[in-house]
Design a protein around this ligand. Sequence first.
Ligand code: GRF
Length: 197
Amino acid sequence: MNICILGSGRGSNCQAILQAFQDQKEQNCKISAVFSDNEDARILNIANSHGIDAKYLPAGGSSSKLDPSLEKAWIEQIQSYNPDFLVLAGFMRILSPAFIHSFNENIINIHPSLLPSFKGLNAIQQAWEYGVKITGCTIHWVNSEIDSGKIIAQAPVRIMPTDTLELLQQKIQAAEHMLLPWVILDIANGIIPLNHV
Ligand code: GRF
């Protein structure tokens, strides 16, 4: 299967995906390209260093969505790779119904909490400040509401009395880096079906 990744920042999940597939010599999936709305995003360097096409595309003035006048270019550029599904790995913009439909709703996102708790920004801090004792990460299908699509998989992380917020962030990232490649492989191998809508 052909996969494109969209991200806005650090790219540690993208790195985990590329590393996992490199190690497993996985034949069923190919990361074709990585797209970012942030020209300086480390995710683009990570893609480049793995020999993957890495493209910055301008997204417009709003920080929370793609400018409608630029959305078509995003869709066309991504579709030129003919992806079976898209992975949002730290992509900071909400996608429109038209964008999502252009990819047959086959888009997954990773979020650093156990949804439906702690949607939106700073989810790890939200959980920390609330005082829950179990949090984690969630992979879900993307719809046009924030962190609200159907849940695919979750990994729990305990919050221990000795934890700090920084330590909790590291623990959740480690959980993300295991869960996301597993889910991508399960989709590629047909264990998690596409066209879920
Ligand atoms: C991850 O914590 C992910 O859950 C959230 O954004 C973060 C991206 O991190 N959606 P990275 O860019 O993959 O390092």
